[in-house]
Design a protein around this ligand. Structure first.
Ligand code: 1PR
Length: 525
């Protein structure tokens, strides 16, 4: 039996799923007494450090937790729960930490994209049972903007490099905590949890840890999901966003099965886009929640879901906030949510009024679930002009002029699945969304979608130059070389593709092998 310290701040379903997949029964802490009774306590920290400490205090969990830790009983902390073991955090200077290990938590100070999102390696500094069966070359999934700094080297189990060398896990007696998410780190993460749960396993140092760890470029499989005309939820694929062929919605498979296949093939993340959610409200479209629940039981890499995240009033006058929609997605197993149309409308309003209200979906969701949980999905298309002065929008001089010889273009944002163009460009959208608290940009391109002709590198470079958060390049992948091109000719942190995988043209493993042969850092499975 595992006791899970769920203080109600975010998605702990994936941790429960991971533990249950290892044959464990999980009970949740409902009162301070549950911590006293725990045999093994798992504490997944989610979101903001200050909100977490405040919530623990309000629920009177700090005293029993401290007692549990001082008694050196089996404890596994994840992410912000690792940070809670230290004395303080720059993220919430007014809150004290648990102070079990001397040291403090500070924000990354680097030119690299923040949050640090993705798969990175570990350098192991002392033996631990959690590394039983590890080679040392494994990569684990990180998502955080703050990291621990300590002189107390006796407790440092691993370090990782990202602009600096930071503490990525600690061990003190029976207390173990990781900055990375084992529950989202595929088979390596499950193995690590299994090792923690079995205290009889031998403590080891893996044989071949890297001298310097590197963040992998991520390959993301995307599943555009909608109901077909028979009412079945299917994975479909557009051709420049047109998903119909001979009048019917293209049906490329079942969402849960496909997600599982891509996980097994080595996808670093899986994204679901509920592509008709702009008209069918997701809280009335519960099959999508079921898809997420079922997927998260078997797929142990990050899941992003998008579609329909906005405030909504139903036909009976009942109001649902965007935060409620997102919360339901998180409860169903999403790790991140992606906001499309609503982001465009929010940015238009900010530009018009000159200020943020604090009430937009981006701001509200980021406040509760953390910036890293908010992805902005951008659906731009090129608008060509003869000269930069022909438009108020920022233009690029393109290597690919229009058929009638216009050699400048700007990228027009669209809403409602590309149906409606707006007077807003993608670069401005990305910049303002970052200021509002978005953690990542999913950069689609309608002109390239489904064409197999390669990513729009000019678009990716324009957006990447404008923001410091990670950018996921999307649309147009048709062969392994296109992925190499996007990682060598742009600074995108991840590449997302759909058709190439659904049509089984090039499997994920082959893409990764090709990248590895060309010295691109990837996660091998
Ligand atoms: O606006 O918040 O409700 O979100 C709706 C979401 O659905 C948006 O993220 C939008 O991108 C997506 N969407 C809406 N309509 C479509 C469509 O195709 N008709 N799909 C659509 C967007 C883009 C990617 C695609 C890549 C890679 N699809 O998901 O998978 O372009 O494709 P490729 O590798 O085959 O070229 P909201």
């Amino acid at each position: 039996m595992i006791t899970l310290l769920d203080y109600g701040a975010g998605n702990v379903r994936s941790v429960v799923n991971a533990l249950e997949s290892l044959g464990e029964t999980v009970v949740r802490v409902n009162s301070p007494a549950d911590i006293e009774k725990a045999e093994r306590l798992v504490f997944p920290g989610v979101g903001n450090y200050g909100a977490m400490m405040q919530s623990l205090r309000e629920q009177q969990l700090i005293e029993p937790l401290l007692r549990y830790l001082h008694e050196d009983r089996p404890f596994f902390g994840i992410c912000v729960a690792l940070q809670a073991l230290f004395e303080s955090s720059e993220e919430a200077p007014e809150e004290s930490g648990l102070g079990i290990i001397p040291g403090r938590v500070k924000r990354f100070d680097t030119e690299l994209a923040i949050p640090h999102i993705g798969w990175n390696g570990i350098k192991v500094h002392q033996p631990s049972r959690i590394f039983n069966g590890f080679t040392g070359q494994e990569k684990l999934y990180f998502v955080h903007s703050y990291h621990v700094e300590t002189n107390h080297t006796a407790a440092v189990l691993t370090t990782t490099d990202y602009g600096c060398e930071f503490v990525s896990s600690v061990q003190k007696g029976n207390i173990i905590a990781t900055q990375f998410h084992p529950e989202k780190s595929g088979k390596a993460g499950l193995k690590l949890l299994e090792n923690f749960l079995d205290s009889s396993r031998e403590a080891v140092i893996p044989q071949s840890c890297p001298t310097e760890t590197k963040l992998a470029e991520r390959i993301i499989a995307c599943l555009d999901v909608r109901s077909n005309d028979q009412g079945d939820l299917v994975v479909t694929k557009g051709d420049q966003y047109d998903v119909r062929e001979d009048g019917d919605v293209r049906n490329l498979g079942l969402p849960v099965e496909l997600a599982r296949t891509y996980y097994e093939q080595g996808a670093d993340e899986v994204t679901f886009l509920n592509i008709t959610a702009f008209r069918d409200f997701p809280l009335e479209d519960m099959p999508m929640m079921e898809v997420l629940q079922k997927t998260s039981e078997k797929v142990f890499v990050p899941l992003t879901v998008g579609g329909g995240i906005r405030d909504f009033t139903d036909c009976n006058g009942k109001f649902y906030s965007a935060l409620e929609v997102a919360s339901e997605y998180f409860r169903s197993g999403a790790d991140k949510v992606s906001i499309g149309s609503d982001a465009v409308l929010i940015v238009e309003e900010v530009l018009e009024t000159g200020k943020a209200t604090g009430l937009s979906s981006i701001e509200q969701i980021a406040r509760v679930y953390g910036n890293q949980a908010v992805v902005i999905s951008v659906d731009p298309r090129r608008v060509y002009v003869h000269a930069p002065d022909d438009t108020p929008h920022p233009v690029i001089e393109t290597e690919f002029p229009s058929e009638n010889g216009k050699k400048y273009c700007w990228y027009q944002c669209t809403v409602r699945g590309g149906r409606e163009g707006r007077d807003l460009d993608a670069v401005t959208l990305a910049k303002v969304c970052e200021q509002l608290g978005a953690g990542e940009i999913l950069l689609n391109c309608i002109d390239k979608d489904g064409t197999n002709s390669g990513f729009d590198l000019e678009l990716i470079n324009a957006v990447k130059e404008a923001v410091t958060i990670p950018v996921i390049a999307s649309s147009g992948a048709g062969c392994a070389e296109h992925f190499l091109e996007v990682f060598t000719k742009t600074d995108a942190e991840a590449a997302l593709a759909a058709g190439i995988f659904h049509r089984k043209e090039v499997p994920i493993g082959q893409v990764k092998q090709f990248l590895q042969e060309n010295e691109v850092e990837i996660r091998t499975c």
